[in-house]
Design a protein around this ligand. Sequence first.
Ligand code: 6GU
Length: 247
Amino acid sequence: MRVDVVTIFPEYLAALDVSLIGKARRDGLLDIRIHDLREHTVDRHRTVDDTPYGGGAGMVMKPEPWALALEGIAVAGAEAAAPTAPQGARPVLLVPTPSGTLFQQAVAQELSTADHLVVACGRYEGIDERLFEWAGEHFDVRLVSLGDYVLNGGEVAALAMIEAIGRLVPGVVGNPESLVEESHSDGLLEYPVYTKPSSWRGREVPEVLLSGDHGRVAAWRHDQQLERTRARRPDLLPGDKTAPPLA
Ligand code: 6GU
């Protein structure tokens, strides 16, 4: 998978050199390239923002540097695509923004099958809306939010999304079994886990996990998933959206 990230803070994305995603890049599974938006400005001050029409606080990102950056990437990506690549498959333009739709595991799953992902990291009060209309002619545009809180810009959200998507690309996670039984993959939270020693500071590992009875272990774990989800995330369960008080 090819991933291009456009930002005014390329150094934020240095974390993509580390750990699992870093290794996947070195192994050639993920071709991730970071681009500085300011390389696509034409004025002496390398201006990327201006005041909002209609007034109000803060600054708005100008559309032209974005268009120049994105069209260069779209052309390069199309040229790099394998001759066998599906013709007309447009790259995905992922735009992290608190006003987007929720970025969830199912979204990560879907995007993990894309050949080419372009991530546009906005700052300030956002990017001129016309950029998204223009981009829709070249990209499958997706505005996505991590949740109901505000970050200073898209970079940290981009890191989270690239990690969530990248780890689902075949080969990136060494043992694909570990992708099966994790929180959100089946709509429930993960069950609690334990390791040695079986007795630690007076606390015991639940007996069932030492029993060797795989059926009982599986039933206990499923029970724990349901109980945890009810207590912490009742919104994930069908029906009643509020947890009853604990006994
Ligand atoms: Cl995707 N971007 C920003 N700037 N803030 C956020 C977010 C994204 N998701 C939650 N807060």
